[in-house]
Design a protein around this ligand. Structure first.
Ligand code: PMP
Length: 282
């Protein structure tokens, strides 16, 4: 498969990454994951905008305009003939002799992007998944989609080791988000989710879900809720580019609602589905 390496699309064997790349040594960079449905990039503008926002927040300069970035990614998808899958892209602060502070001379950032064929998690979207609580020990700039993911990695690993699909992160009693997803609870017909702040990633799927709620008439309250309130929700959802609108049917072994995908969750899924380019049914 072809890889986008800076402004070139080349064979993967030809990609050269320096051992002193700051992404490799410090996690000093940012990334995005974008979904491809039926050959179309889904919410590409939102993802590219967030990439440039993350870059700004760490004073990293991406040496391409957003237009050029869109064009390069489209070219990559076409060359790789991806129908259903995803693009992973990252930008690091480049390669220079190891030191914590930014390189003093002008060093170009390093862009890599590649595609992967994936299928939608249809069975899980219907049956729901299990989750568990994990203390959110990450830093205080979770709004940046940074390559530094050790807190997220450890949380996900803990979930997997407990036979769960995702970790529901909490700072003290307050639920923040998932290790690679946003979290929502539905109680008495109202959808609750943590407000956009430095404590969560402003998920693109989160935005789509809030639009879906508006469309189907589900009131949204962007307010944090506690672990205890989470367990008392009628329905629970996690969302991400890959997991879409995923029902969570239990947390730490406690069933949420009746332990099955809820009615309003299904409504939101249907609204989401209608936004997918040339969708197939859940
Ligand atoms: N929070 C975190 C920590 C994530 O890693 C992700 C997935 N990238 C999300 C939320 C969901 O974001 P999105 O819907 O843009 O994929």
């Amino acid at each position: 498969a072809k890889i986008l390496w800076n402004d070139q699309i080349i064979n993967e064997e030809e990609v050269k990454i320096g051992y002193e790349d700051r992404g490799y040594q410090f996690g000093d960079g940012i990334y995005e994951v974008i979904k491809i449905y039926n050959g179309n990039v889904f919410t590409a503008t939102e993802h590219i905008d967030r990439l440039y926002e993350s870059a700004d927040k760490i004073q990293l300069v991406i040496p391409y305009t957003k237009d050029v970035m869109h064009k390069m990614l489209h070219e990559l998808i076409e060359l790789n003939e991806v129908q259903d899958g995803q693009i992973y892209l990252q930008v690091t602060r480049g390669t220079s002799p190891r030191q914590h502070n930014f390189p003093t001379q002008t060093v170009e950032s390093v862009l890599t992007a590649y595609t992967k064929e994936t299928t939608r998690p249809l069975a899980q979207l219907q049956n729901g998944v299990k989750a568990c609580f994990v203390e959110d020990i990450r830093w205080l700039r979770c709004d940046i989609k940074s390559l530094n993911l050790l807190g997220n990695v450890l949380a996900k690993q803990e979930a997997i080791s407990k036979d769960c699909f995702e970790a529901v992160l909490h700072r003290g009693e307050t639920v923040t988000e998932g290790s690679s997803s946003n979290m929502y609870g539905i109680k008495d017909g109202v959808l609750y989710t943590h407000p956009v702040s430095n404590l969560i990633l402003n998920g693109i799927t989160r935005k789509v879900i809030l639009d879906c709620c508006k469309e189907v008439g589900i009131p949204v309250v962007e307010e944090a809720f506690t672990k205890q309130q989470a367990l008392e929700m009628d329905e629970f959802i996690m969302s991400s580019t890959n997991a879409e609108v995923m029902p969570i049917i239990s947390i730490d072994g406690h069933a949420i609602g009746n332990g099955k995908r809820g009615e309003l969750t299904e409504k939101i899924q249907q609204a989401f589905e209608s936004k997918i380019p040339m969708s197939i049914g859940v």
